[in-house]
Design a protein around this ligand. Structure first.
Ligand SMILES: NC(=O)c1ccc[n+]([C@@H]2O[C@H](COP(=O)([O-])OP(=O)(O)OC[C@H]3O[C@@H](n4cnc5c(N)ncnc54)[C@H](OP(=O)(O)O)[C@@H]3O)[C@@H](O)[C@H]2O)c1
Length: 328
């Protein structure tokens, strides 16, 4: 399977390293970063690519761009791992649409375009008889999309509850365990590399809400958009509130909740018993799925990270390859 990769940051590099290290039978025929691109239909040498990026700060030919990769590259699947834009989804949205229109599969960790244009991207994919897969957009390494689509196929999903933002979970864990103030815990999260320089999206609950939109669409409630989610972040939470919860053998977590039949789509800090399966520590993510046949299932794992996110992307790529190898 020939793969083109847009983005050579944390996720792109993790993916390329794993393709190089493991015998996955995936050939990288094109890559792009923000300033350059490289195309080679016979396969790019990944060790040389890393060296070039390290030496020059860009990966290939500066007269080529990501759009050249999308429109001219010789690939079966486009891996889109550029920064997310929750407002317009661009430029990733255009990259994805163009690749799908060319009859190429798309795999992405980029939640903005998927949450914005879920239905449209699926329509373009099905019109062109290709797949769009986005396991890495929610829960990092946790195979939540595979669980919902394959493992729990035939089930009715009654509700989903999730701890979907590792930064918030880290902050809440540190506030509860060490008695830190919100500001102290945020500073520590930044120093540990969990929080962005601008953590607004995380701490205001918007990142979790975007992921909830994707989950809501996957479980069948089509056309849920960010504006449908009621969002409260953790930025107003006090150490006293956490102390009070802890005194009752409870704690506080930022919970994203979808109950489609009741039209509930909400992200908010919630008081839950310390023994609850969603009470995970540090930057972990956890997702509980309530179904009619399988009952309740909780998945816990690393919600971010270079190789962890690559795991989800590779799962999608190999699923597509095997699906089409069966003659679909
Ligand atoms: N990091 C994680 O753990 C994680 C987990 C789940 C999902 N995600 C999502 O995965 C995506 C990538 O995350 P990341 O952490 O790898 O980001 P990152 O480290 O900031 O890397 C982004 C990469 O995209 C490149 N880029 C930027 N604009 C581009 C453009 N217009 N065309 C082509 N390439 C462009 C950058 O180029 P330069 O190298 O030239 O700057 C860089 O190589 C994001 O959408 C993120 O939300 C990340």
């Amino acid at each position: 399977m020939k793969v083109a990769v847009l983005g050579m940051g944390s996720v792109g590099r993790g993916l390329l390293e794993m393709i190089e290290e493991k015998d996955l039978d995936l050939t990288v025929t094109a890559v792009a970063d923000s300033r350059s691109a490289l195309l080679d239909k016979d396969g790019i040498r990944i060790d040389e690519l890393f060296l070039a990026k390290k030496e020059h700060g860009f990966c290939g030919d500066k007269s080529l761009s990501a759009m050249d990769v999308v429109t001219r590259g010789d690939y079966d699947a486009l891996v889109e791992v550029t920064p997310t834009n929750a407002t317009t989804g661009e430029p990733a949205l255009t990259f994805m649409k163009t690749a799908l229109e060319r009859g190429k599969h798309v795999v992405t960790s980029n939640k903005g375009p998927i949450a914005r244009e879920f239905a449209m991207l699926h329509q373009i994919a099905s019109r062109n008889r290709v797949q769009i897969r986005y396991e890495a957009t929610v829960g990092g390494a946790i195979p939540i999309m595979h669980a919902l689509r394959q493992g729990l196929a035939g089930n009715r999903v009654l509700a989903i509850f999730g701890v979907l933002n590792g930064t918030c979970n880290y902050i809440l864990t540190r506030m509860a365990k060490e008695g830190l103030t919100y500001e102290q815990a945020l500073l520590e999260a930044r120093e540990m590399g969990y929080a962005e320089a601008d953590p607004t999206y995380d701490v205001k609950g918007i990142d979790a809400a975007i992921k909830l939109v994707i989950l809501a669409n996957v479980i069948g409630k089509k056309n849920v958009v960010l504006e449908d989610v009621e969002v409260t972040g953790i930025d107003m939470l006090t150490t006293d509130a956490l102390r009070l919860a802890e005194s009752e053998h409870c704690t506080i977590r930022l919970i994203a909740e979808a109950i489609p039949e009741k039209g509930i789509f909400r992200v908010a800090p919630r008081i839950i018993p310390q023994s609850h399966p969603l009470v995970v520590e540090g930057s972990l993510n956890a997702i509980t799925i309530e179904t009619d046949m399988a009952g309740e299932i909780t998945l816990i794992g690393k919600g971010a990270g270079s190789v962890e996110t690559a795991s989800a992307i590779i799962g999608d790529l190999l699923f597509i390859r095997d699906f089409h190898a069966r003659g679909h």
